[in-house]
Design a protein around this ligand. Structure first.
Ligand code: NAP
Length: 269
């Protein structure tokens, strides 16, 4: 075990953003546990990283939409004291409209993007908190705050990732557990083919290279950012959005309905 950095467990590490996290974290000195369904692709990623970095890389093929497979990864997170980082990256999207989308595909998306991310976090958090050390990186999306852009269930799953991360950060303050949520914009990976719209159908100026995205997200992590949005150039936009949310928070629960909701006769009486 690498005592300095420990081991990072990365889901969805067989391609795209997850494979790049694996490469970059190994270069930073982490040993790795790589999770995805495709054992052959995981082996390719693992072999390339071992060759380049000499780090210890283990592959754990698992379908995180399958309860039994998911449980094996949860058990590993809960029991392996060498794990210091969880990158909840595995996810699928859709560009289908509600009137066209198959509801079973929507359920599969919720199962992976929401249920698996939640259960893996629930396995890691007590272990990290007990050790006073650990990092959870949750990969959301800009659709968490712009759900009109793609499929609504996809946007909803990523809004869950953002909200859940906000709560984790709040609850775990002072425990030594670092939480980061990353909101990528369009990124050039296989995601788009699987989601139903090839990435070359998008205007080039809105698509980021996956290595640029991951490198930027890791700069955000090193800066101890909570929310990292690599494509948002004007950081004050998010700060203003967040300040408005925080300012409103104390006004959202009151004993009386707002004046605009009073029935006409009550207003008159
Ligand atoms: P990707 O290249 O398609 O990678 C998705 C990864 O998830 C693959 O390693 C895939 O591996 C794994 N995966 C899919 N279903 C799985 C399952 N049931 N169990 C375990 N692993 C599973 O796409 P990506 O762009 O890197 O996506 C990574 C994350 O970034 C996702 O959460 C996505 O929502 C988010 N994101 C992407 C973009 C974008 O524009 N690309 C933008 C915002 C957010 P196997 O097929 O081998 O299982």
């Amino acid at each position: 075990m690498n005592e300095a950095k420990g081991t990072a467990l990365i889901t969805g590490a067989s391609s795209g953003i997850g494979a790049l996290y694996a490469d970059r974290l190994a270069r930073q000195g982490y040993d790795l546990i790589l999770v995805a369904r495709s054992a052959d692709k995981l082996d390719q990623v693992a072999n390339a990283i071992r060759e380049k970095t000499g780090r210890k890389v283990e592959t754990l093929p698992a379908d995180l939409g399958n309860a039994a497979d998911l449980r094996t990864i949860e058990d590993r997170l809960a029991s392996d004291a060498g794990i210091t980082m969880l990158v909840n990256n595995a996810g699928i999207g859709s560009t289908a409209l509600t009137l066209e989308a198959a509801v079973d595909a929507m359920s599969a998306m919720v199962s992976l993007n929401v249920n698996a991310l939640m259960r893996l976090s629930y396995a890691a958090v007590p272990a990290f908190a007990a050790r006073g050390r650990g990092t959870i990186v949750n990969i959301a999306s800009i659709v968490a705050v712009t759900p009109e852009l793609l499929n609504g269930v996809y946007g909803g799953t990523k809004a869950f990732v953002l909200a859940f991360s906000q709560n984790l950060r709040h609850e775990l303050a002072g425990t030594g557990v670092q939480i980061q949520v990353v909101l990528p914009g369009a990124t050039a990976t296989d995601f788009w083919d699987i989601a139903g719209t090839p990435v070359d159908h998008l205007p080039g100026e809105i698509v980021m290279r996956a290595d640029d995205l991951v490198d930027a997200a890791l700069v955000g992590l090193a800066r101890e950012e909570f929310v990292t949005i690599p494509s948002l150039h004007d950081e004050s936009r998010w700060d203003a959005f967040e300040a408005t949310r925080q300012a409103m928070a104390g006004e959202l629960s009151t004993s009386t309905p707002a004046a605009r909701y009073r029935a006409a006769e009550k207003v008159a009486s």
